[in-house]
Design a protein around this ligand. Structure first.
Ligand SMILES: [Zn+2]
Ligand SMILES: [Zn+2]
Length: 374
C-alpha cells in the first residue's frame, strides 16, 4: 500500500498490526489497531488508533475499555513512547474509541482533547437521567439500549473513572491543533465527531466515513434526553444530530476530496480487513454512502406506501433476518428511525403516531444527491 510499511503483521482483520505511514512531506503516522469484541454481520474489525508524529505529536483514540495496555505495547513496537506525545485527541464519544482513555491517562498522564460536546457528555447528571437505573450513566450513554446487567459488568468502572477526566475542549468548525493540522467538527454519526485534517496530505476520519461499512446515524429524537446538558451551548438539535446533519458532514468531506483528490484517508475501522487494504477515495466513498442512504429512503417509502408504516414492521421488511439478532435489532431500528426522521422532515412521510408513518406520495429524498454542490 502507498505510503505504508508494516512493522508488525497481524491477523486477517488487522488485529495485532502495527503500520508506519510516511507522507510525502515526511510526516509520520503510526496505525495502531486495537481489538473490538463485536462479531457476526455487524463486525467492525479493530479500532484504528493513530499516533501522528507532527511537531506537536499526538495520539488519536484509545480503543476499547481494557485495551490500553495492548495499545501501549503496540506503541512500543512502533517506537512511540507516551512521553513523546503531547496529548490524545478523542474522535468521538463511542466506547470503541475512548474506552481505553481513562486507563491510558492513568498510566501516562497524557492530556486529553475532544470536542466540547464530549466534555459535556462524559459527565453524570443524576437529576437529569432519563431513568432511575441510568442515574450513574454518563449523559453519552443515556440512549444506550443494552440491559443494566451488561452495563454493570462492562461499563460501570470505565465511566466512573472517565467522568473525572480533565478535557481540553476543541470547538466547532475548523480548529488548528498544531502547524498544518486542524480538527473539523463533522457531527451526525455522533454529536461530537471530529476529523483531523493533516495538511493537504491525509485525513483521520474516525467513524464519520468508513470503507465497507455505512456508519450508523444518530437521531434528532436523541436530543430530548440530553437537551438539559448540551442545550445551553448547542440549542439547535439539527446542528449536532440526525441523518440530515450526517449527510451534510459527508458533503463537507466530499468538498475536501474534490480539492485534494490524493488525500490519504485514515479510517477507524476496516482499513485492513479480510487480508487486504481498503483504500478510501473521499469523493467516491461519499457518493456511495449518499447513494446507500437514498436507496434506503426509497425502500422505506415503498414499504410504508404498501401500508406497513410501523417502525418495527419496516425493520423486518427492510433488513435480512441475520442482521436482526441480538443488539443488531436495535441498530436496525435506529437506522430506520433515523431515515424516517429525515423523510418526515422532507415531507415524504407523515408521522401519524409514535414511530408510525404514512407516505405522502412525494419522493423528495431523491433530491439529496443533486444538492451535492450546494
Ligand atoms: Zn462510532
Ligand atoms: Zn467505531
Amino acid at each position: 500500500m502507498k505510503y505504508a510499511s508494516i512493522i508488525e503483521h497481524g491477523d486477517k482483520k488487522g488485529n495485532g498490526m502495527v503500520v508506519r505511514f510516511r507522507l510525502p512531506s515526511g510526516l509520520e503516522i503510526f496505525g495502531l489497531p486495537t481489538e473490538n469484541f463485536y462479531s457476526g454481520d455487524w463486525d467492525l474489525g479493530p479500532t484504528w488508533n493513530y499516533a501522528v508524529m507532527a511537531d506537536t505529536p499526538f495520539l488519536v483514540d484509545t480503543g476499547r475499555y481494557g485495551q490500553s495496555r495492548q495499545l501501549l505495547q503496540t506503541m512500543d513496537t512502533a517506537g512511540v513512547r507516551p512521553s513523546d506525545l503531547e496529548f490524545v485527541l478523542i474522535s468521538h464519544s463511542h466506547e470503541d474509541h475512548d474506552g481505553g482513555l481513562a486507563e491510558l491517562v492513568g498510566m501516562t498522564s497524557l492530556k486529553v482533547k475532544a470536542h466540547a460536546i464530549y466534555d459535556l457528555l462524559i459527565r453524570q447528571y443524576p437529576d437529569m437521567a432519563p431513568a432511575d437505573y441510568k442515574r450513574h450513566f454518563p449523559a453519552k450513554c443515556w440512549h444506550c439500549f443494552m440491559p443494566e446487567s451488561f452495563y454493570a459488568v462492562h461499563c460501570l468502572e470505565y465511566h466512573r473513572i472517565l467522568q473525572h477526566l480533565d478535557v481540553e475542549t476543541v470547538g466547532s468548525g475548523i480548529n488548528s491543533l498544531c502547524t498544518d493540522i486542524a480538527t473539523s467538527h463533522l457531527p451526525g454519526h455522533s454529536p461530537d465527531s471530529l476529523a483531523v485534517i493533516l495538511g493537504d496530505e491525509a485525513i483521520i476520519v474516525g467513524d464519520i466515513l468508513l470503507p465497507q461499512i455505512s456508519p450508523w446515524p444518530t437521531r434528532l429524537e436523541m436530543y430530548d434526553e440530553i437537551s438539559g446538558v448540551v442545550g445551553p451551548m448547542f440549542p439547535d438539535p439539527k446542528e449536532i444530530l440526525g441523518l440530515d446533519r450526517y449527510l451534510q458532514s459527508l458533503k463537507q468531506l466530499r468538498r475536501l476530496g474534490t480539492t485534494h483528490p490524493d488525500m490519504l484517508v485514515l479510517p477507524a475501522h476496516r482499513f485492513y480487513y479480510d487480508g487486504q487494504w481498503n483504500m478510501v477515495d473521499l469523493t467516491r466513498r461519499v457518493d456511495e454512502l449518499l447513494e446507500h442512504h437514498v436507496q434506503r429512503c426509497a425502500d422505506i417509502v415503498d414499504i410504508v406506501s404498501r401500508g406497513h408504516g410501523e417502525a418495527e414492521e419496516i425493520v423486518r421488511r427492510h433488513f435480512k433476518p441475520s442482521l436482526l439478532k441480538g443488539p443488531g435489532k436495535h441498530m436496525a431500528i435506529n437506522e430506520i428511525l433515523s431515515h424516517c426522521e429525515l423523510l418526515v422532515g422532507l415531507g415524504d412521510l407523515v408521522e401519524t403516531g409514535s414511530h408510525r408513518y404514512e407516505a405522502s406520495g412525494t419522493r423528495l429524498f431523491e433530491s439529496l444527491i443533486p444538492s451535492l454542490e450546494e
